[in-house]
Write a protein that binds this ligand. Structure first.
Ligand SMILES: C[S@@+](CC[C@H](N)C(=O)[O-])C[C@H]1O[C@@H](n2cnc3c(N)ncnc32)[C@H](O)[C@@H]1O
Length: 288
């Protein structure tokens, strides 16, 4: 993942590690128990679905498996670096390079039944988030549904008395410059929802039937704790990639050496039972 050199950037643009995204997809889908929120009807045999910030397209490809081949699914991303090879795709699935903050091609406007967005914000201000929602809503037909998924409320825990979580905490605390703005509404680096009515952003933009579900990652049945362990390492890798953006920025104290040292120490802490929980948030709404 690469992020803007501006530590106040609202939305990260990423060159993601495909394996990290695919692992995150498996855990997230288990936490939610659905790919598409049950309030969204999928019964039309010609349904058209967009996935914004699609990454490896794993969500879209999984959704395609449960739909007839007459449905059309398009993944959009600002970077094609994680797109799956074209020759591996079913004929009804395709991918396009597109910044979600810029106008979509005229041919796609108003043509989708469902637009899904997942994990594109890490520390999104109300204004930036509303802008992105407004822009992706242009893709929807009247009556079409938007599904927005993101995480917040990362929290660290020990599972063995006397063990350290200092390195994991230092990594998480290092992300403070990204969450310094007052009106951050959603995103993985955010600790507390500063405004609990995230749904209002959707309502104000004209969506109806707005509903928000929040599931904690500890909802998972995970007897061997393998998902918890993998998920913690996954988040640490993600956060360290975010911190790379601070290396070389004057006065913040971040260097490649510090990041590398913390990575080793944090993984050792996870070996010794340190783990995290996150809130997974899914907000859905229908275009009037
Ligand atoms: C954390 S990954 C999530 C990928 C995928 N949605 C998933 O859940 O597996 C974030 C993705 O958002 C993309 N992205 C970031 N900013 C974007 C923008 N302005 N427009 C479109 N895609 C963007 C990145 O390139 C990256 O693939």
């Amino acid at each position: 993942m690469t992020v803007s050199q501006d530590p106040n950037a609202e939305i990260f643009s990423s060159e993601e590690i495909p394996e990290r995204l695919d692992e995150q997809h498996i855990a997230t889908t288990k936490t939610f128990g659905f790919l598409v929120h049950p309030n969204i009807p999928l019964n039309s045999p010609t349904i058209k679905i967009a996935d914004i910030g699609t990454g490896t397209g794993i969500w879209l490809l999984d959704v395609a498996k449960s739909l007839p081949p007459t449905c059309q699914l398009i993944g959009f991303d600002v970077s094609s670096s994680a797109f799956p090879p074209t020759q591996t795709l079913p004929p009804n699935v395709s991918f396009q390079i597109q910044d979600m903050l810029l106008p979509f091609p005229a041919s796609e406007i108003g043509s989708f039944d469902v637009v899904a967005v997942r994990f594109v914000s890490t520390a999104t201000t109300r204004a930036a988030w509303a802008l992105a929602i407004e822009n992706v809503m242009t893709l929807l037909k009247p009556g079409g549904w938007l599904q927005w998924i993101d995480s917040c409320n990362f929290a660290l825990y020990n599972s063995v008395a006397g063990s350290s979580r200092a390195a994991c905490q230092e990594i998480y605390d290092g992300l403070e410059p990204f969450r310094a703005k007052d009106d951050v509404v959603i995103g993985m680096v955010m600790r507390e929802p500063r405004n609990m009515r995230r749904e209002d952003v959707f309502r104000k933009l004209g969506l109806t039937d707005v509903h928000e579900d929040v599931f904690s990652t500890d909802r998972l049945q995970d007897p061997g704790l393998q998902l918890r362990d993998k998920g913690t390492r996954n988040a640490i890798v993600c956060f360290l990639a975010c911190l790379q953006a601070l290396v070389g920025v004057d006065g913040n104290g971040w260097s490649e050496e510090r990041i590398e040292r913390l990575k080793v120490e944090a993984m050792k802490e996870v070996d010794e039972g340190v783990y995290h929980t996150l809130d997974q948030v899914c907000i859905v709404g229908r275009k009037a």
